[in-house]
Design a protein around this ligand. Structure first.
Ligand code: ZN
Length: 150
């Protein structure tokens, strides 16, 4: 499968094999479950907030390599950020994956998260890459304790 070379870039392979922050937080300020029945990915994102700062963030669950790598990179990216900065990243990441222009005048810099840009070519995989971010968004906004991509 030649397409795998494009899809699984090195940073994604690394984070899929060695996920960072793959653990529960015993006493989270907030948590939310993300469910992607199409692929079978199901993850829980945990947040410990100090004021508006994300003091700790983690995830656990089961899923494919893309969803695991995304959870690893997402948690690494938003730790220590403010909730507003994390929401900016969520929007920028979502815009990158869906090919829509970001709504922010100055999109948040994605850094390593840009490794997922190639996933845009695989619509079924976009949901895998977005899953942890949707769970983070749900936890941040308290809009739901469970989100599904379907
Ligand atoms: Zn998946």
């Amino acid at each position: 499968m030649a397409e795998l070379g494009d899809l699984y870039q090195q940073v994604i392979i690394d984070h899929a094999k060695h996920p960072r922050n793959l653990r529960a937080i015993a006493d989270p300020t907030r948590s939310a479950v993300g469910d992607n029945p199409l692929c079978g990915d199901r993850i829980t994102v945990y947040l410990r907030l100090e004021g508006n700062l994300i003091a700790d963030v983690s995830f656990e669950g089961s899923g494919c390599a893309i969803s695991r790598a995304s959870g690893s990179l997402m948690t690494s990216a938003v730790r220590g950020k403010s909730t507003a900065e994390a929401e900016d990243l969520f929007r920028a990441f979502h815009a990158m994956l869906t090919g829509t222009a970001g709504t922010a005048a100055t999109p948040a810099p994605l850094g390593k998260l840009a490794a997922f840009a190639g996933v845009r070519q695989f619509p079924a995989r976009v949901k895998c890459a977005n899953l942890s971010w949707h769970a983070l968004h749900a936890a941040l906004t308290l809009s739901a304790e469970s989100v599904s991509t379907e």
